[in-house]
Design a protein around this ligand. Structure first.
Ligand code: ASP
Ligand code: MG
Length: 470
């Protein structure tokens, strides 16, 4: 039934900067056209850069009944897309694409108007509204390709990607998605058409619009690549590939030729802004290789991500996160089971949807601590204080401590496994910079060592570790 990989299907995702202007869309179209000569192609597109933020901001104005704010934003949205339209197309093709943009933004205006009347922003309407950025860019790219003589058709992701009903951060349901992809996308491919699918959005099985979380177009592309059994996924961005560190903190960071799925996922999860953290999971089972490529530098091959590599000993990359907070807890007397306290604390965090980035526990006093994202801190604390209110009130648990002045450094690489002395070198490099290590976590997979340091030492620590591991 699945003829995808035998026909060498290529799925390509174009991010916001790769779709950011008429000029960038021309490049995206050129890439699609060149690849299409060799094999079937599916394109997945982001909204033009900045558009999703603008759409979200418009809905906030609407909720606050700020009519002028809504109108000013709508004007910007119309002119941004109309300008691209004008630079890309002529005559009747221009008129029809422009009409399409007006229709989509008219739908968005109606959604915003509804929110103004309600004085609130229902999550499913937000998801329907903010996906309009992707729908506009899919419309423009498909019209431009058609006008250049390449058959292409815009596809709304909500007609293909089936998700659960977690609005704003939905998870795909692969079986339903596979059926829809076979029904909607496969016939286009068989007819020689390039489907231009909106990234970022999907719908529940009963048709309610959802989105996959900010930056979710990468995830859309990997979901579709898996659903269609593609032979490769190329993710077009504005950097040459995945780097050994963020070049803003480490000037001599270098582009990596290749990485494993696990390494790339760890980097994304620990703050590297290269890929949406959920992107790789759908590809693992079918071992579909991913390339991260730069649409501003077509000569550079980019970084390849595959399931297995001959790992050089030692780490492959370092990454960091500054917007984190460390929550520490400690039983007030030895009669209290700290294991039970930990269980309760973890449960409270799970209920609050706060993700634990690192967790450590040690010492006779049985204190334990975990690192969370700053934006999830207040929900996490609220949940901990309410779930453990009896223990806190009756003095079984010391007051919960929070340190917001910390940063996370993660050292990642499959080659760290079984390399003795590595942790020692990393810690020595950090302490040689006079940076104090507050907490450490390393899973038994030895894929990542997570190190929590004071925020003001984070930069120095990253540079030192990168240099040591080079
Ligand atoms: N446009 C969406 C966002 O800005 C999705 C994406 O670009 O990946 O979050
Ligand atoms: Mg993006």
């Amino acid at each position: 039934m699945n003829n995808g990989s035998s026909s060498g299907l290529l799925v390509m995702k174009f991010g916001g900067t790769s779709m950011g202007s008429a000029e960038r869309m021309r490049v995206a179209a050129k890439i699609c056209t060149e690849q299409k000569v060799q094999r079937p192609v599916v394109a997945v597109v982001s909204a033009m850069s900045g558009v999703t933020d603008l759409l979200l901001n418009t809905l906030r104005h609407a909720e606050a009944a700020d009519e002028a704010g809504v109108e000013a934003n709508l004007e910007k949205l119309v002119s941004r897309h109309a300008e691209a339209c004008k630079e890309l197309l002529k005559d009747s093709q221009y008129a029809s694409a422009l009409e399409g943009v007006h229709t989509l933004l008219g739908d968005f205006r109606r959604i915003a108007h509804g929110m103004r009347m309600l004085g609130e922003r229902p999550p499913r309407s937000v998801d329907e509204g903010i996906a309009i950025g992707e729908r506009c860019s899919a419309l423009l790219l498909s019209h431009f390709l058609e006008a250049s003589g390449v058959r292409a058709q815009a596809v709304n992701g909500s007609d293909v990607i089936v998700t659960d009903a977690v609005f704003g951060n939905a998870t795909p349901i692969m079986e339903g998605t596979r059926k829809k992809a076979e029904g909607v996308i496969r016939p286009m491919l068989n007819a020689g058409v390039i489907p231009i699918v909106t990234g970022f959005n999907g719908a529940t099985a009963d048709g309610r619009p959802t989105t996959l979380g900010r930056g979710g177009s990468d995830f859309s592309a990997s979901i579709l690549a898996a659903a269609l059994d593609a032979s490769e996924l190329w993710i077009w961005t504005d950097v040459d590939g995945i780097m050994s560190a963020d070049p803003r903190s480490v000037p001599d960071a270098r582009i990596l030729d290749s990485l494993t799925y696990s390494e790339a996922a760890e980097l994304a999860y620990n703050g590297a802004k290269v890929l949406h953290p959920r992107t790789l999971a759908p590809l693992v089972e079918r071992q579909i290789p991913v390339w991260s490529k730069n649409s501003f530098n077509l000569a550079h091959p980019g970084t390849k991500i595959v399931s297995k590599l001959e790992a050089p000993p030692g780490p492959r990359a370092v990454t960091s996160m500054a917007n984190v907070a460390l929550i520490s807890m400690e039983p007030a007397n030895s009669a209290v089971s700290s294991t039970r306290l930990m269980a309760r604390a973890l449960e409270a965090l799970a209920d609050a949807n706060a993700e634990i980035l690192a967790f450590t526990s040690s010492s006779y006093r049985q204190s334990f601590c975990f690192l969370v994202r700053k934006e999830e801190l207040s929900a996490a604390l609220e949940a901990l204080e309410s779930d453990l209110s009896l223990e806190l009130r009756h003095g079984y648990l010391k007051p919960i401590e929070v340190d917001e002045n910390v940063g996370l450094l993660a050292v990642v690489g499959e080659g760290m496994q079984g390399t003795p002395g590595l942790a020692g070198r990393i810690f020595s490099a950090i302490s040689a910079q006079d940076v104090n290590i507050i907490a450490i976590a390393q899973g038994s997979s030895e894929l990542t060592i997570s190190i929590v340091v004071h925020r003001d030492g984070l930069q120095r620590a990253i540079q030192a570790v990168h240099k040591e591991c080079r």
